[in-house]
Design a protein around this ligand. Sequence first.
Ligand code: BTN
Length: 322
Amino acid sequence: MSVTDEVLGILENNRGNFVSGNEISKKLFVSRNSVWKAVNSLKALGYDIESVTNRGYRLSSKSDILSAQSVGKYLSYDLNIIVVDETDSTNNYLKKLASDGGKEGTVVIARTQTKGKGRRGRSFYSPENTGVYFSLLLRPASSAEDSLLLTVMAAVAVAETAMECSDSDISIKWVNDVYLDGKKICGILTEGSVSLENGGLDYAIIGIGINVLTPEKGFPDDIKNIATAVYSENEAQGDVKSRMIGGVLQKLLDMYYGKDTSFIERYKRYSFLIGKKINIIYHDRTEPAEVLGITDECHLTVKTERGEVKTLSSGDVSVKVK
Ligand code: BTN
């Protein structure tokens, strides 16, 4: 890690407070001049850092520039976090790293995506500054069928992090969308590669896109009636984007590593489809039904208009509320 990265780590951990140049230089075993140079490089990158004689350096508590350090301070896990300004899709970026042997716990965060991908070949609107777009690489020992649970973990992690930030009503639409007051704030796209040797998962990539703030000009016409952001105008304070990513990753990994085992119950509790009339969307047709519940495997049980009870898997269908 460069001196600049390490200085940023110290300033991020002390946001809003002064840290003296002497203290930083002692911690990092470098000269005070190197600390000063590092602070200048950070300022040139746009960081709002105050330098005051006899007091030291202070990173503004309003700073919300995404970095490995800004997100890492919210994590108890030591992840390999890569932040890029722009990529086509963080899932695609991470797939390349995964095929080259990238380790579990590698995270790619992009400030914007030029071809953000949604489920079923749809695109995901990924503007700069207002949303967060990130993907996590896992190498689970489980089968490909169990990958649905990774999406479920991610949905619960996003819902609960958003609940910490907003008093509004947060809910989950089976299987991978998180809603606030009836509009979508987040989409999740889990992709994987199956090992030809044992049929298990070689790797899984969980891609998460969250509208944290409302874009300055609002959402584009095609999604403005269905999309919203976690924070309403002027409500967000401080490093909300870093806090959102860090909160989601921490919660998701607690579930994945077995520290949090009750997430399926919570997923069911947050799901708003139960009892709703829906249209089941197959590849070639739709069918009206009523949602009865969600199974322990997170499949959807429905009763069709013809009275047939069916269990639906997210790989085969999607649903639309009527
Ligand atoms: C959906 O709503 O259908 C899923 C959207 C998933 C979007 C995220 S943003 C980060 C990651 N990279 C992508 O290209 N897609 C996912």
